[in-house]
Design a protein. Sequence first.
Length: 585
Amino acid sequence: MTEPKITKTATADQPEQWKVNQNRHTRFRTIVSVLRRYNVLSNLARQKNPDQVRLAFEALGPTFIKIGQILSSRTDIVKPEFANEFKKLQDNVRADPFTTVQATIERQTGKPLNAMFASFDEQPFASASMGQTHHATLLDGQKVVVKVQHPGIDAEVALDISLFERALPLLKYIPDSSVVDLGEMVAEIKRSLFNELDTSIEVKNGTRFYRLNNGDDIIRVPRVYATYSTQKVLVNQYMRGKSIQHFMATVRQADQDDDHQYDAERQYLANTLVRSFLKQVFEDGFFHADPHPGNILLRELKPGDIGYDDTVPKHLGKVGQRKLPPYRLVYLDFGMMGTISPALMAGIANVVIAVTTEDTRQVGKAILAISNRTGPVDEEAFFSELAPFLGQYYNSGLGDIDFQGLLFEMIKVCRSNNIQMNPAVTMLGKAFSTIEGIVETLDPSLSMLDVARPFARKYMREHLNLRNELEDGLLATLQGLRDAPKLPSRLLAALDTYENGQSRVNLVFSHRKQFMDRIDQMVNKVVLAVILAALIVGSSLLVQSHSDNGWVTNIGIFGYVTAVVVILGLLIGTLHTWYQQWRRK
């Protein structure tokens, strides 16, 4: 389909540009009005009233509904209460007519529709904020699903995000008691939205994930057809199955009825999900960052189905093959993926191994090794704040841990100590807590740490350079042997110093800078009080002793006025400080 060419003069562009600007202003007023009506910025910053924020996002339309859906799985950014409330957001987007879909596909691919597909369902089976999805069949008979973006959705998202950013200055009217950084939140949302709008990113991710994971035990991944996909069109292999949340509902009902017929299947699925996720982290360095139940299908196989008799090597290096159970797990949606560098992978393995020791200090040091410091860090204070979170984690089953709350509080503790989590680690934690929600339902007794430890230890063994370790150990031993003869003389020198009264004791206490700043403020107030007292006394002497001299008297009166103004200023400042403390409480 060829678009008609429209030639416009400069004068013809002006009314159209005026219309665009008018639409921007109208949309901006709408956004600001809704944000104010539901107190969105304040509620987000303070993490209060999630139901009000959800209603505002619903009122603002598709872009903000998508923002809420993104935040529903980001418990590293918002509290679990907000994430759970945002899960109620549902797309209510009218599907585009088939002629529009056809025009988008043909314009993007440069080919007529019938030159690529033997059949194409005109009615979509799903329509969401960003696009809609159709069933189709390729010319070779392969069944596929085709996701097509809504026309103009990229411009609409860009406009709404830019206007939302313009509304952020309203934060200056909110008292300083924010729990999250809204600027950082909007930047993260912006990145996620624009990545989702660029389908070519999902094509690359899907191709790589297929190569690394398809056929791993019962894991299956749909093939991505890159030759048919463009920036706004995505073509994937069609995979039969139902969302795993249907099986999770069956499991919950079985628990209520004390029915054990699904025990073997649910335990196998839980173990497979955890092992697959840890393989993605510690072996591939490339993991699915959004493995919520809607992105995982469960396909039940029947005798005669393709793959029903598939076998794989036995676990733990045992000889022979074992037959796979009659069901498969299918991963979908590769728009949000995480990548871990080898150095970061080693750091994460150290964290897992440190958790095994149940030594908070060692765990804290391992966390610091994979994080960035944004300011002075009091390591002892960080370790002491870390202890309560780790205490509930050690050797606990999934059913006993609130991972969503744990992750949010962990991020908050790091921020309060000037520690910035590596973005890949934050994404990993979010994915970990998401898959935990599925595994907790399937097998609450399963400890993910018990499964993670062998992966971490295997990684450390495979990447351990024995020769370098032996050389480092030998050098350290030689250095110790060389210094050993000096120990008696150094000990004698230390005793002489102590005997002569020349020893010193250095005391180090936490929050020293804050303490010194507080002392400095107190001293300044005392000095100011002395100056004000001297000013008042001096002004009184001038007024009384030179009452017949006008200009000297005026100097005394000026001193009185200056003192009163300064005292009023101090009083107002003190009352404002008390008010801020009261508001924070």
